[in-house]
Design a protein around this ligand. Structure first.
Ligand code: MLC
Ligand code: AMP
Length: 507
């Protein structure tokens, strides 16, 4: 008998759980080794929730960190955390120990759920911090009734880098998550017949909301990969396994390179697989118009570019039906209000006039965890969220112009803080001063670039700096370029002038 039948839940379930119950017998996850039904995910999530609760009635928004790869166990753990009344804090599988420690202590996590080899890796830290560690591969708990939850309950804390040195925890409720999912289900017409590969990291919304949560809301099938395993994914594309594909621009650049270097017959087979999909989406960073056009020339597919952010989910999108304009992100998504605000404080109504994108709607996050001042600063007086991104409107479509802050870098779709990287590099024994910027890069969008003044008698190389940095920073934050200089460009106040740092890499 399925375990879910043993303890019927008398209380109303969260919308995502109710949706899963409607698709109970369908396949949710498919790998070469096994198929997992929605019912199996529900059953496992009830197990995980019971293991978390340990007899308590409700975890009352306790923070539970999740360290797992994309796949059924991740989703069952996510739902288990939610069904126990706790807040899920997904952490990066490949982060360094200091980064894990920051997320665990800042969020005040009391439990870590981990799977596979991650269990061993994080065990010493859990022990040092006095946290309960649950091995997801080995959970056997007596099932117990689960708490009733309201949509206003906090559901998730996602760590995002920004204009402060340390990442901030973005808090969303179940209502926010539901609004973010429903908007995309409507805009992109998700169906239960959809099949999508999942290869994005599971500590950011692109993987969590746009791919996984939308697919599971619709009753679709997900094929998970533990990373962007290009050969394996292209084999499945050739087999016409997918109707949908969602990726960051760097991935499309890599796919173009792969197609261009493939044998003609192989290329034709892969192209046919891409051409057969009903929708291919790009986002998380600017998709150069040239990449958009190259992709169309190669596959016949017009990529749909959309714009979003951890704090707001997706906000602006090119249309499913209608013109998908290269270099533009389209129009506001259902339920999302957008305005552009000039530096003068004026709300811009004219086209071709740049302003900051501000957002309002049921999709907009609640707060930065434990940072009321940062939360207050990120909203305008009248409650609109200030994204810090600049845009213009051109014949009805928004086009992103750049960011207000020079300290934010986007590399391969990851948002990085120059300040966080600078703080880490200043711990290097050979580095006296440093300035980090993002330099334009054909593959990564921007490449983390460090200008440093070294201490006398030292001889710092990029290779040595990368090796050292990897013990402190996630690999995608590690500088890709290094300029060793005698002094950093500074203004009259002694502050480093970041625009002038660019010229140090241009020569
Ligand atoms: C990997 N590397 C990176 C990198 N990713 N370096 C800089 N920036 C990155 N983003 C490093 C690798 O560690 C390796 O280092 C070298 O580059 C080559 O690795 P690779 O194997 O070729 O790269 P790969 O592992 O395939 O990763 C590329 C990628 C990945 C694009 C698949 O970066 C990725 O998954 N990005 C997606 C991030 C994401 O989901 N962002 C969404 C945030 S939410 P070495 O030293 O070992 O050679 C958001 C809101 C919204 O933005 O709108 O969606
Ligand atoms: P994150 O904080 O990781 O959620 O990243 C959000 C940021 O990614 C936004 O504030 C934008 O700067 C950037 N971004 C997302 N989508 C796009 C896009 N289509 N074009 C340009 N920038 C984008």
């Amino acid at each position: 008998m399925p375990s879910s039948l043993l303890i019927p839940n008398a209380v109303p379930e969260l919308p995502l759980i109710q949706r899963a119950q409607q698709h109970a017998g369908s396949i949710a996850f498919q790998t070469p080794e096994k198929s997992t039904t929605y019912q199996a995910l529900l059953d496992q999530s009830a197990q995980f929730a019971s293991a978390l609760l340990q007899g308590a009635a409700d975890l009352q928004e306790a923070r539970v960190a999740l360290l797992a790869a994309a796949g059924p166990t991740y989703v069952a753990a996510q739902w288990g955390i939610w069904r126990a009344g706790a807040i899920k804090v997904p952490i990066c599988l490949t982060a360094t120990e200091p980064e894990w420690e920051y997320a665990l202590t800042d969020s005040g996590a009391s439990v870590v759920m981990a799977e596979g080899t991650s269990v061993k890796k994080i065990a010493p830290l859990c022990q040092r911090l006095g946290l309960r560690l649950i091995n997801l591969d080995d959970v056997r708990a007596p099932l117990q009734p689960l708490p009733a939850l309201t949509p206003a309950r906090r559901a998730m804390i996602l760590y995002t880098s920004g204009t402060t040195s340390k990442p901030k925890g973005v808090v969303t409720t179940h209502a926010h998550i539901t609004a973010q999912i429903e908007s995309l289900i409507q805009a992109w017409a998700w169906q239960s017949t959809d099949r999508i590969p999942l290869f994005l990291p599971m500590h950011h919304i692109h993987g969590i909301i746009n791919v996984t949560s939308c697919a599971l809301w619709a009753g679709a099938v997900i094929e998970p990969f533990t990373k962007f395993d290009q050969p394996a994914i292209l084999e499945r594309v050739k087999a016409r396994a997918y109707t949908l594909f969602m990726a960051v621009p760097t991935i499309y650049v890599k796919l173009i390179q792969a197609l261009e270097s493939a044998e003609p017959a192989e290329r034709q087979a892969i192209v046919a697989g891409f051409a057969a999909m009903r929708l291919m989406v790009s986002g998380s960073a600017a998709l150069p118009a040239s990449v958009h056009e190259q992709w169309t020339a190669l596959t016949g597919q017009k990529l749909l570019e959309r714009y979003g952010m951890t704090e707001i989910g997706m906000a602006i999108s090119n249309p499913l039906h209608g013109e998908r304009r290269p270099g533009a992100v389209g129009q506001p998504l259902p339920g999302v209000e957008i305005r552009l605000k000039a530096e003068t404080g004026e709300i811009i109504t004219a086209e071709h006039t740049p302003g900051e994108i501000q957002v309002r709607g049921p999709n907009v996050f609640r707060e930065y965890w434990g940072k009321p001042e940062a939360t207050a600063e990120s909203f305008d007086q009248d409650g609109w969220y200030r994204t810090g991104d600049m845009a213009v409107r051109e014949t009805g479509y928004y086009r992103i112009m750049g960011r207000l802050s020079v300290d934010i870098i986007k590399s391969g779709g990851y948002k990085l803080s120059a300040l966080e990287i600078e703080a880490a590099l200043l711990d290097h024994p050979d580095i006296a001063e440093c300035a980090v910027i993002g330099m334009p890069d054909d593959t990564w969008g921007e490449a983390v670039s460090a200008a440093v003044v070294t201490r006398p008698g030292t001889d710092l190389t990029l290779a040595a700096l990368r090796e050292w940095s990897k013990t402190r920073l996630s690999v995608y934050k590690v500088p890709q370029r290094l300029a060793v200089v005698k002094e950093l460009p500074r203004n009259a106040m002694g502050k480093v002038t970041k625009p002038a740092v660019r010229s140090l890499f241009n020569s």
